[in-house]
Design a protein around this ligand. Sequence first.
Ligand SMILES: [Zn+2]
Length: 209
Amino acid sequence: MDPLEQLCEVAASFFQRGYAFGSTGNLSLVLGDSVWITPTGGSLRNLTPDRMARIDFDGNPLNGNKASKEFPFHLAAYKGAGSRARALVHLHCTYSVALSCLDTLDEAEPLPVFTPYYLMRVAPLAVLPYFRPGSADLASAVGASAVDHDSMLLRNHGVICLGSTLEEAVDRTEELEETAKLWFLTRSEKLRLLTSAERADIEKTFRKR
Ligand SMILES: [Zn+2]
């Protein structure tokens, strides 16, 4: 499938399943020397490839469509991650945003490790301080975090997941949101966490780095 059609399909799927709502959320892909990003001011529900904005790595427009106003952190993330990242998903999905707003959040380990999938696809999850959406400070923080993180929780805002492919970024985002949901559902229960030996076994078997 054409990569831009795939991007539109993924965006619509996020909207239909309630991961994105209103005009929130933005996604991008690196193709060659340019970044293709969802446009500003619209919903992820019904995008088409001809509406996607194309920009260079300095943020200059390469076609007539206006990029999402959150484009600075997309560019910063790609610069920080280098060749490791080729796709980025940013959503304001409910359970992750709820987690990002908790005053009691443990920033060193924002979610306990109770499933192997969270460990394989999401951890380590970086927690970034609150910055105004679209600001240069947010972009700088994302760029610094992207050097060694593929998953970020933005305080009082949302999530950013990077991937070497769009599928990987999407899987990571969904796993993060579902883990946050499970955590809220079980918050009043005593959870059995993975033991350190179980965690080490997963990391040895599945983790790339
Ligand atoms: Zn946002």
